[in-house]
Structure formats: structure tokens, C-alpha cells
Design a protein around this ligand. Structure first.
Ligand code: NAD
Length: 255
């Protein structure tokens, strides 16, 4: 499709399903040298073939690495696996979970798990990638998955929005910390994207129709449209872009 990611080794977390899967496949379509697909389980939650099978069919080197991003040791092992391909150039910290809550009734267990995956997991992924990029002297790109819920508040997902707001500030802070090494860090903030997470998360699916009607483009986003944004941020086409949260939301937050 293009050579935007030519010679780049890409890691995508949460890449068995949904947006992560689309990002990994987009990376392969745009010429990546190798794509490491990581998730807690290899098969897509929505059913179908493993992401690695789709990437192999495109003739791109790939490997599945099982990792729970909330466990630092798992993430470190994932990034070490990239050494076999010459080291990571683009880390996409996409893995995330959601749950509807109004703040008052979120259980301690659900709150802690959400923060462990969305905040700890995202930071561990960025840190491990940055360490390897620095050791290899690579000017890499790190892309963190935020959400429109991290830009504006949402009373029905208080814990989720808090975690994603943290991801936006994490991207800005890491951009400052890693910029002198030539490493760029950006966040992507999707609007309402048609994935398994959206269709199955309790109470969120009902809200999606309301979001669709409020979105200027009057439709939900496709996972591939997030893939395209991530490919641009991962590529040298965005070489002077760091510390942003790129809204990919059909205009939802513009109105
Ligand atoms: P999804 O549920 O379809 O896919 C998420 C993937 O992450 C799954 O394959 C799951 O197994 C994996 N995962 C969950 N916990 C993990 C962990 N601890 N370690 C590793 N992998 C783990 O969800 P999605 O809609 O594709 O969401 C992907 C990202 O995009 C998330 O960070 C989500 O918050 C964000 N997002 C989604 C939307 C949307 O509308 N779908 C909007 C804004 C942001």
C-alpha cells in the first residue's frame, strides 16, 4: 500500500482484537519490516484468525508474544523479543479495557484493574520501548492509545476517563523526557470506533448510537481509520510531531 514504515520494527499491544489488530495489519500493509503482535490471548475476541496469520499473508515477518501489559516483566519480555528483528522502532501501547461506572459505584477491584491495564500497562510499554530505542541509538516513535474520554469528561465512565486523561498527560510528559534522544511520543484519541469493546462493554453499546448521532460525520469510526493515524505517527512523515493527542473522532469533540 505504501512504504511509510519501511525498515521499521513495530510492536502493538492488545493486537489480537479490534483497534490493535487493525493497527498491526495497517503497519504490515504500510511496509513494516516486522510486526510483533502482543495480547493476553492470541485469538481475536470477535472471532476469526489470529492477527499474525493476516500479517504473514502480506509477506511481512511477524510473531505473537503473549503479554499482560499490567505485568512489567511481561512487557520487558515482549520488547526483548524485538531484538531478534533489530530492535523496536515503533511501539504502539494500545491495550486497554473499559467499564461503565458513575464514579460512586465502581468496585475497588474493577477500578484497580482498569488503572493497572490502562495506566501502568501503557507506561511500562513506553518505558521498555524507550530503553531499547536509547540502547540502540534509534529515534523511535511511541504511540499511546488514549480516548475522547481522556480529552473531555464522561460521567458514565469516570474511572476510564480518568485513566485516559492520564495517558494524554503521559504522552506529553514522555515527549519532554525523551525528545532530547530523538524519541517522539504521541497519543491517539479515538472517538466512537466500532469494535468488540464498544459492542460488548456493559452500558456502553447503548450510548454508541447517541454518539453516532452527535458525530458530524454521522457514523462510527472503523478500526482501520485508527490504524491509518497510527501509521502516520509511527512514520517519518510526522518527524516534527511529538506530545500531541491526535483526535480521530469524525469531529465529535469539535461540536
Ligand atoms: P477490544 O476489547 O476490541 O480490544 C482490546 C484488546 O486488548 C483485546 O484483544 C484484549 O485482549 C487486549 N487486552 C486487554 N487487557 C489486556 C492486558 N492486560 N494486556 C494485554 N492486552 C490486553 O478494544 P478496542 O476497542 O480495540 O480498544 C483498543 C484501545 O482503544 C483501548 O485502549 C481502548 O480504550 C481504546 N479506545 C477504544 C475506543 C472504541 O470506541 N472502541 C474509543 C477510544 C479508545
Amino acid at each position: 500500500m505504501s512504504n511509510l514504515l519501511q525498515d521499521k520494527v513495530v510492536i502493538v499491544t492488545g493486537a489480537a482484537s479490534g483497534i490493535g489488530r487493525a493497527i498491526a495489519i495497517s503497519a504490515a500493509r504500510h511496509g513494516a519490516k516486522a510486526v510483533l503482535v502482543s495480547d493476553i490471548a492470541e485469538l481475536p475476541r470477535e472471532g476469526g484468525t489470529p492477527t499474525t496469520q493476516e500479517i504473514e499473508a502480506l509477506g511481512v515477518a511477524t510473531r505473537f508474544v503473549q503479554a499482560d501489559v499490567s505485568r512489567k516483566a511481561d512487557v520487558d519480555r515482549l520488547v526483548e523479543a524485538a531484538a531478534a528483528f533489530g530492535g523496536v522502532d515503533v511501539m504502539v501501547a494500545n491495550a486497554g479495557i473499559t467499564a461503565r461506572d458513575d464514579g460512586a459505584d465502581v468496585s475497588e477491584e474493577s477500578y484497580r484493574r482498569l488503572m493497572a491495564v490502562n495506566l501502568d500497562g501503557t507506561l511500562f510499554s513506553a518505558q521498555a520501548a524507550a530503553r531499547q530505542m536509547k540502547a540502540n541509538g534509534k529515534a523511535g516513535s511511541i504511540v499511546l492509545m488514549a480516548s475522547m474520554g481522556g480529552i473531555v469528561g464522561a460521567g458514565m465512565t469516570v474511572a476510564y476517563s480518568t485513566s485516559k486523561g492520564g495517558v494524554v498527560l503521559m504522552a506529553k510528559s514522555l515527549a519532554d523526557a525523551l525528545g532530547p534522544d530523538g524519541i517522539r511520543v504521541n497519543a491517539v484519541a479515538p472517538g466512537t470506533i466500532d469494535t468488540h469493546l464498544l459492542r460488548t462493554a456493559a452500558g456502553i453499546a447503548d450510548a454508541a448510537e447517541g454518539f453516532r448521532q452527535r458525530t458530524p460525520l454521522r457514523r462510527l469510526g472503523k478500526p482501520e481509520e485508527i490504524g491509518d493515524a497510527v501509521v502516520w505517527l509511527g512514520s517519518d512523515m510526522s518527524s516534527y510531531v511529538t506530545g500531541i493527542a491526535l483526535q480521530v473522532d469524525g469531529g465529535l469533540l469539535a461540536v
